[in-house]
Ligand binder design. Sequence first.
Ligand code: GLC
Length: 428
Amino acid sequence: MQKIRQSAERAKEILLANDRGGYTVPTAGLYPYQWNWDSIFAALGFAVFDRARAWQEIETLFDAQWADGMVPHIVFRKNDPSYFPGPGIWQSNTDPMSSGHSQPPVAASVILTLAKTGGADDIARARRLFPKLVASHRWWHDYRDPDRTGLVGIIHPWESGRDNCPDWDLGMDRIVVPDDLGPYHRRDTDHVDADERPTVQQYDRYLTIVKFGRECGWDHRKIAAEGPFFMADPGVQFTLMRGDRDLLELGNLLGEDFDAGEIEDWIALSKEGAQQMWRPDAGAFVARELRSGDLSTALTNASMLAFYADAGTPEQLAELAGHGGEILDICEYGFPSWDPRDEAFESRRYWRGPVWSVMNYMIAIGLEEHGHAAMAARLRDDCLRLPDRSGFYEYFDPMTGEGLGGPDFTWTAAIYLTLGGGRAAGDV
Ligand code: GLC
């Protein structure tokens, strides 16, 4: 009990210590700016003890929304040379400066949660954000699914938020690194062991995509049509599908005057489109390389978001639940970011094996809604057990529970708080 109580206090302290005045950084040092989905999950944590601050976190992120509706993945409010690639490499030409692509659209779902559990101020603030949310969802469906296939594309592995997952190997293998990419000094390996981070070959390709975007002035029509990388991600597809449903519910809850039919069309089309990601021999929805149609090979924690999205048929979801159960039997802590039964699994390397609390949070909601309460409880419990054992690390080894990546991490602390870590002790 004592241990849990200390962790809840610590979780709150981490959010406050990572506050840079209206927005939080994911962790000091490694990630010194505001990140898109990190901030949305941070809001869930703040809401446990300071609802006004929770809303502020989301509002500052949306202050950086582009004119076309895109919410960027990093907001650079001031230059910090300890991070690479910084604003000078992205050259977004926006105010504030930002990166040039987005991240999983989780805002509508979190805002709906805050609106449903709050009072008049929560409703007023949700109302102010509502048109911005609609614009951001429209941006995904319009710019990232220009042919209306029901499948949205991502233009960079970083846009998935699952940066170096083997899912992206198919798209990354197609990228030709230009001779004039130039020398660069990555900063991530100054902070964290190289064996817990992406490789040099991967990094060259990441920067090749950024170069293409920068040189066409972040023309997203052109990037989707001709850019070096274009893949469908079960993580983005499923959070968007869930987000569309939650956006519709939010609009109705707020009594907003909006085009419900537009959102209903997105929902129907995406449900159909998601079928293009089903891989029968994996028994899961997996990433798809959009120019070739090739599918990735194994089940990930993003595949498990099918429940959250309500994607697929009852038969597909039953099969997926079976695989999920087998994988959890192998791991001491779930849910791993790559199937441990596959040879590409690496228990310590970032998105090629480790466990991430934010993914567990969403997977558990979906599992619970589909009658898999025990599996949902296991994943929620792991979000508390892991920090209790190892501290509030960025991610964890599913086999040993060792904390990896950056320490004192905002979203790990936020999920701990929102899942009730230490609340029974009344200390938050
Ligand atoms: C890494 C993660 C990404 C996260 C960012 C900041 O890039 O892959 O999902 O948003 O770090 O925490």
